[in-house]
Design a protein around this ligand. Structure first.
Ligand SMILES: [Zn+2]
Length: 414
């Protein structure tokens, strides 16, 4: 067992035939040389091990590589290898020359931020790029020094193209609101500055973890920001690692109709203007009753929190809106529902009381809105299955007569 391990270790750091290494090692041991010493002697004999390489110099097919790097990301997953489940660790590591993905076939106890010396790994090709493979026989040692990472140029994006979970982005925009807050991060008080910024393509929330002395109306460029999801929408985050400069540009967001696939892809957003057809009126639309204490919807006069209560009536619509490229749920409050249906809640309450059936309200909504095109302006909220937009304004769209006429003219060759 010890012999085998020593052979593997030697092979992982020198370029030689297994048979030859086995033979030589056996000779040493027969002479009574302790195994550790024999091993080191053989590694020296066959070229002193591999050459240390910088990340940018690692090529697919390289074997017995030695490199020093910092672990940037690492996650654990289970894979099936020859019918057996085993754990592998994947991530990114980098040095001052580059960044490379890696797979570790053994738990080396690696953590994000660790700086390590890796001996005896190899590189394979994956999607045209080299990928480091740390095998059973690779030696990984944590070191005390730090490694300054290569600075990759940030990716420049318009705010509409910002997606959750991307890093190192460059955006520009105007601060439309900002507030200072104290937050508790692991027992430590920190000051954060959050608000809303906009460019010509979108409005988005941001949080700055450092005082960049930003104020409302400032036009800025941020390099090295990252993006996280916050209540269902992407949010720009930047800290002391980001570069923030004030710019002399006039920036303004004017809402324009955004195709729904873009809203879905992005995971929602603020102040979105969308258009589409109501393909379904959800069953919880119509007259509902809310708890007078917590405003939650109650069922059969009972609030989950407050028990038996006198429900307060409310009117709302939740509808599936589709524009042919994607679909979202839109929630219309009482005021907008009354506007869309051209009928007040009191009228609906009376109608339901006369019929002794609240279902009549739902039927009327379906009758008036199903298959109707609508235009909606609103903000997305966190939801599990489908993006939901709380309408801040909405209207039925009349078919565009002029456009239809033009299309007809083209069709008949006019
Ligand atoms: Zn309640």
């Amino acid at each position: 067992m010890e012999f085998e391990e020593a052979v593997e270790e030697i092979l992982s750091s020198v370029d030689a035939e297994r048979e030859e290494i086995e033979k030589k090692l056996k000779e040493f041991l027969d002479y009574g040389v302790p195994i550790e010493q024999a091993k080191n002697a053989l590694i020296r004999k066959y070229g002193g091990g591999a050459r240390e390489k910088k990340i940018k110099d690692i090529k697919p097919g390289d074997r017995n590589v030695i490199t020093s790097a910092k672990i940037l990301t690492i996650d654990e997953r289970e894979v099936e290898v020859r019918g057996k489940t085993r754990k592998i660790y994947r991530g990114l590591l980098g040095d001052e020359t580059g960044i490379i993905p890696f797979t570790a076939w053994k738990d080396f106890g690696l953590q994000k931020g660790d700086v390590v010396k890796i001996k005896g790994c190899s590189a394979s090709e994956w999607q045209g790029q080299p990928r480091l493979s740390l095998s059973e026989w690779t030696i990984v040692e944590k070191v005390e020094y730090d490694i300054e990472l290569i600075k990759m140029p940030p990716k420049r994006l318009n705010l509409i193209d910002v997606r959750a979970n991307i890093s190192n982005v460059e955006v520009r925009g105007k601060i439309t609101s900002i507030e200072r807050r104290e937050v508790d991060v692991g027992g430590e008080k920190k000051t954060v500055y959050s608000g809303i910024m906009e460019d010509e393509t979108a409005r988005i929330r941001f949080t700055a973890w450092k005082d960049f002395e930003l104020k409302e109306g400032d036009a800025i460029r941020i390099k090295g920001a990252y993006v996280r999801s916050w209540r269902g929408s992407p949010q720009i985050i930047f800290d002391e690692n980001a570069e923030v400069e004030k710019i002399d540009e006039k920036i303004e967001y004017t809402p324009y109709t955004i195709p729904l696939y873009k809203v879905v892809e992005r995971g929602g957003g603020l102040d979105l203007l969308i258009e589409g057809v109501i393909l379904e009126v959800r069953r919880d639309s119509g007259i509902i009753f809310r708890c007078p204490h917590c405003n939650r919807r109650i069922k059969e006069g009972v609030c989950d929190e407050h028990g038996q209560v006198d429900g307060v009536p409310d009117l709302r619509i939740r509808a599936l809106v589709d524009d042919g490229t994607g679909a979202v749920d839109v929630i219309f409050n009482r005021e907008l529902t009354e506007k869309l249906l051209e009928k007040s809640m009191d009228d609906y309450l009376k109608m339901a009381e006369d019929a002794m059936d609240y279902g009549i309200v739902y039927a009327d909504i379906v009758d008036k809105l199903l298959m109707h095109p609508v235009r909606v302006y609103g903000d997305s909220i966190q939801s599990d299955f489908i993006i939901s937009i709380i309408a801040k304004d909405g209207e039925k769209i009349k078919p565009d007569v002029k456009k239809d006429a033009e299309e007809l003219m083209i069709e008949i060759g006019g």
